[in-house]
Design a protein around this ligand. Structure first.
Ligand SMILES: Cc1ncc(COP(=O)(O)O)c(C=O)c1O
Length: 404
């Protein structure tokens, strides 16, 4: 059976999109027919290596047989009931997340922004109980497109003309311990950060910064919110990105990879913080959807049982290959940054046609923060796929180098 529109070519589908959908996205010129493991195929059958993974969503690649089987089984049982009912897939996934993370409770949402909003509410509730109202986050951070998230972000493109934003929210320079010390007062109830910034340009927190944050929490008392929406679920080689440091945040938000391709997010905390939200105070219609949770349980099982190890080993392999390229093209590459399967190539200057040039070589890639090539392979990627990416990368960099 073909889907409606499946027989149309890319050009026809692009015209239809242009006329029917809000023009908010800069799309790649690919109309997708199907996708399998690490590859996307357009409607004409051209194959692309997917090193973006739906922006860190397709942790297990496309069409993973265990996800398909779990989703099919759950769809046949029931798809949606509402949170008026006890649902085994939710409970199973919550237990797996508790085991993988060591946190005591889970709240399910549908997305990263929604998880972050819930964490803002938790921090404010905790603050209300301790006479504190203020929240802090960092330049370059990305937490979603909702008002709570945007109020703790600084990029003008996402905010211009949309104010006013929430009061008592501050955005201070990332990795700047002096600014952090100056900003933390007795009024601060929550500090939110990505321990490895994604959209901001694959920028890891420095150990000194994390240690300062920890010391300030001890001194002043506030909740640390780890936004693990992009870096979490095994992507950095540990279950959460913050585990690369010696710290235990009070609230963890996750989404993206968790649903393995279905919309699913979660907030993780210990009992004390979770109990701030009493019955009826917070909720969502779809959050914890049974089909999404069935997929999520497969993701967490695969990630904890084998993929984290794969990312640990092959993340180093990827990094070594990238460092070789940095040594080969010092005039183009400033720095290689990142952990595991979340790597960035910081370029010396913008390369606006990089993504297009990679597509011509059959590879889907991404540029973030203007001049950082962001590499987010599916966690199932092997040496072969990494090598394929590196060959295309070298080819594009050679072309650019010659043209310079
Ligand atoms: C670190 C981080 N937090 C939150 C979000 C928002 O997630 P969503 O788009 O699912 O709302 C993103 C999305 O890119 C993200 O990278």
């Amino acid at each position: 059976m073909t889907n409606p529109g499946q027989s149309e070519n890319s050009a026809a589908l692009i015209v239809r999109e242009n006329e029917a959908i809000f023009q908010t996205y800069r799309r790649l010129p690919i109309a997708v027919g199907h996708a399998d493991r690490c590859y996307i195929y357009d409607v004409e059958g051209r194959r692309y290596l997917d090193f973006l993974s739906g922006i860190a969503v397709n942790a297990l690649g496309h069409g993973h047989p265990r996800i398909i089987s779990a989703v099919n089984m759950q769809t046949n049982r029931f798809m949606h009931l509402s949170n008026f009912f006890y649902q085994e897939p939710q409970i199973r996934l919550a237990e797996l997340l508790k085991k993988a993370s060591g946190y005591e409770r889970v709240f399910f949402s549908n997305s990263g922004a929604e998880s972050f909003e819930g964490s803002v509410k938790l921090a404010r509730l905790w603050g209300a109980a301790h006479g504190k109202t203020d929240m802090l986050a960092f330049t370059g951070g990305f937490h979603g497109r909702t008002y709570g998230s945007l109020s703790l972000m600084d990029k003008p493109l996402y905010k211009n003309g949309m104010g006013p934003f929430l009061p008592n929210m501050g955005v201070i320079p990332f990795n700047d311990t002096v600014a952090l010390r100056a900003a933390v007062t007795e009024r601060v109830c929550g500090v939110a950060l990505e321990f490895l910034q994604g959209e901001g340009g694959i920028i890891p927190a420095s150990t000194e910064f994390v240690e300062t944050l920890k010391a300030l929490r001890k001194e002043h008392g506030f909740l640390i919110i780890a936004d693990e929406v992009q870096a979490g679920i095994g992507r950095t080689g540990t279950f959460f990105g913050f585990e690369q440091f010696d710290i235990r945040p009070d609230i963890v938000t996750t989404a993206k990879g968790l649903g393995g391709g279905l919309p699913l997010g979660a907030i993780l905390t210990d009992d004390t913080v979770a109990s701030l939200l009493q019955r009826g105070m917070h909720g969502t219609t779809y959050g914890g959807n049974a089909v999404a949770c069935a997929a999520g349980a497969v993701v967490v099982d695969e990630v904890t049982n084998s993929l984290m190890e794969n990312v640990g080993k092959l993340g180093l392999y990827l990094r070594e290959r990238l460092l070789e390229k940095a040594a080969e093209f010092p005039q183009l590459i400033k720095e290689i940054r990142g952990q595991g399967f979340m790597q960035g190539i910081a370029l010396n200057s913008e390369m606006p046609d990089f993504v297009e040039l990679m597509l011509k070589r059959g590879v889907v890639s991404n540029i973030t923060a203007g001049s950082v090539i962001r590499i987010l392979p599916p966690l199932i990627a092997g040496k072969e796929e990494i090598d394929e990416f590196i060959v295309a990368l070298r080819d594009v960099l050679t072309e650019k180098d010659k043209a310079a």
